[in-house]
Design a protein around this ligand. Sequence first.
Ligand code: GAL
Length: 802
Amino acid sequence: MWLLSLALVLLLQLSAAQNVSYDHRSLILNGKRRILLSGSVHYPRATPEMWPGIIQKAKEGGLDVIETYVFWDRHEPSPGQYYFEGRYDLVKFVKLVQQAGLLVNLRIGPYVCAEWNLGGFPIWLRDIPHIVFRTDNEPFKKYMQSFLTKIVNMMKEENLFASQGGPIILAQVENEYGNVDSHYGEAGVRYINWAAEMAQAQNTGVPWIMCAQSKVPEYIIDTCNGMYCDGWNPTLYKKPTMWTESYTGWFTYYGWPLPHRPVEDIAFAVARFFERGGSFHNYYMYFGGTNFGRTSGGPYVASSYDYDAPLDEYGMQHLPKWGHLKDLHETLKLGEEVILSSEGQHSELGPNQEAHVYSYGNGCVAFLANVDSMNDTVVEFRNVSYSLPAWSVSIVLDCKTVAFNSAKVKSQSAVVSMNPSKSSLSWTSFDEPVGISGSSFKAKQLLEQMETTKDTSDYLWYTTRYATGTGSTWLSIESMRDVVHIFVNGQFQSSWHTSKSVLYNSVEAPIKLAPGSNTIALLSATVGLQNFGAFIETWSAGLSGSLILKGLPGGDQNLSKQEWTYQVGLKGEDLKLFTVEGSRSVNWSAVSTKKPLTWYMTEFDAPPGDDPVALDLASMGKGQAWVNGQSIGRYWPAYKAADSVCPESCDYRGSYDQNKCLTGCGQSSQRWYHVPRSWMKPRGNLLVLFEETGGDPSSIDFVTRSTNVICARVYESHPASVKLWCPGEKQVISQIRFASLGNPEGSCGSFKEGSCHTNDLSNTVEKACVGQRSCSLAPDFTTSACPGVREKFLAVEALCSS
Ligand code: GAL
């Protein structure tokens, strides 16, 4: 009986409607102003099996809210036909967030940008007669309204809005319209007002927001997106200051090095935001994940969407980022009531130093900021000296105790390893025919690619004949995008691609013609459809302009207006060679390496254990890969990151932009490709690759990802206890490899004693930690003298094993 009443109480609690309102200070949930810490997690960029772990780690990291976009193109693959299964089970995702006790910001858009194919628009939307996207255009508005209403109704039916007792406290319509509105003139103004009214009329009972868009009606909350949003204010005083996209890093392009944003700078930006009156903050991304299949946007967005986020692509804690931000969140929450109950009093503490003090009742919280991007300094605040590292904010609770400094990372860091499993896979291959091999059609012109393929495949064959060939000549293509592979009489000639900064380019390709008739076959490939910019429905792909054979004795020959035969997609795609059934439909033969247009197949057993798995494709060129029929994305390790834009070291101080702290110059932008555990069985899995340019499958290996080394540092100027934990659920601390108080040198994984090593703490740390999943201990800085050392600190390095 008591069980029944407990269940009833729980049910009542779950379904209790939550009132969401706001004033100039914050969102107000059930009458209470709230500091809300939010993080972006896009459900299709992980698997449903991964969702609970990610949500749990977001909660442990101190988040209150999960933000996600809604991906129209996948939910409505053809007009009026909906799909909400598997990775697209939005209701399930929202309910999991709710079960974890977190809230949701549902950014419906339905334009999302998001490095997602065509910014989330379904490809069929381009074909609606007279349509113009994102403006006062009747056909567009009709389809947009119908999808947005569909999503709102789905959420309502499941009681998922806060007003119904659900977790959704906010919803977003449109996305960063302010970036493009100047292109749409008056029609754009009418559109945004229509979008606002249409959204408001849905009666969700929760506020609607619009990000990076200031021309909004008074009932919509306009919010900030950017690397920094302190000092930014919404259009009206009565609205709270909200930051919807605070970048934890940046996304990866093929052909470009990896972006990193130092956690000291993120923490600085976030602390400054709250210091200067912000109250809702969302990390874009908190977990980035993977662009599986052909979902990644364009141009050239990689399959990995790791984003340098606090949870990495595999859903593991990215340290010290995850931990340092957790420390920040805990501190902000301690000050929540005081901060939100008052207005910050601003005072200057120096030329580049300032304080914002919040006092309420007996409480007091001070933010002390040093915005000098070079120099550390000491400031006087209420007759006490505080040392402030350059480009940092200290949060001082009770206006006395420094609880957090953004530049002093006390949280543990870690060394993550990709462990080869030395799989020795045995491969067979199948040659994709060059040119037309299946259903085809003809046209006397070069066709636009998206119009022709409807994005059912990355690939489109353009083939034609030329009758009087002679030796070496040039094929000149006036404009191409994104990739083209050139074949003459079945022989590979060359491959060309444009880049993230030059989207459309011309090609002058040397080719060899045979005497008599020649077949010219051009395989054009897209690498994710354009996801940003005004009028994206008009951007083209494939070959266009004139296509000319040059250097012929009889003069140049323009081939663009002669008869071309087209084939959408590949024979192997048609046969579904990547599925178990499809793979049986052809005869696979002994493996050929370094050969363009080759399908590769192998069978493999899942690497033992629970650690996340990736496929190391360093030896391959460009293509797509499937595990048991599931596409793990496009791969392109042959496209190496531009050289010379990577700094030797990354200084967190000073304004960040995505080109500041790049790594991996000269290397593959992406070498490892996540294979979710849930897509594999223990034995007998099918791995199929389609290789476009030529690779060597014999070096392909599965790797597992694990965190085995953890480290922590604590500084004398900002003392705290050292906390160590093993990130893996089944791991414990098995060994203390290093513990020194003084001025140790090196970094995590390579610490060594410095000139001053006052105490050997290894024994103490061992006693407290070995055999435990986590431990903490407080260093005593008073026992050590290190004359001449500017700042003493304790460094500990430990091993985690399962
Ligand atoms: C923003 C956009 C996001 C995402 C981000 C870059 O402008 O709103 O959807 O594309 O840029 O990652």
